[in-house]
Design a protein. Sequence first.
Length: 201
Amino acid sequence: MAPQRTTQLVDLGIGGETVKVGEHVAYFWDDDQEFARGVDFLALGLRGTDHGVIFGHSDANAKVMDTLRAKGLDVDGLIASGRLTVLGGASAGDLMLASIGGCFQRAVDNGCQLIRLLGNIGWGHPDWPGQDDILAFEAKVTGAAKAFPCVVVCMYDVQSLPGRVMVHGAFETHPLTFCRNILRQNPYYVPVDEFRSKPAA
């Protein structure tokens, strides 16, 4: 049974910013310090009672876990206790979405009141989907987040982003963006039922 939906505000752990439960944020990082600051979103919840989910390709997941360890968190203990779930990329966006949805449902069934998913979005890795798949996936995550007591933050390395992904993935598929210490409503957001992946130029 899912917890009752509220307009509860969630501290992102980044610059004192808060968002409503069910939000999907694109967080842009440019260096290791900004990356570590983004991981604070997950660390804050794991120091409390939230369920944490790490989602990305294998190198990205390892970097997030190393950063959590550097912040003093017992990553292995959190995984063993079921407080932290690590999910890798599947071959298709819908499979990834099903995997995340199943993880969220298990957390809710176990009494979790808030789930924090930190997606570390990367490109050109053998265990990560191609651009078209990840763009459609990102669009659908926004809709899926509304069905669970969760907040989703997707981290984008601005130095390695392909231009097409920056336009259609980071901007059009996220209702909120966080860049240079400012959280903004995304004026370029396209609702999931209107989103269409655009052909490559």
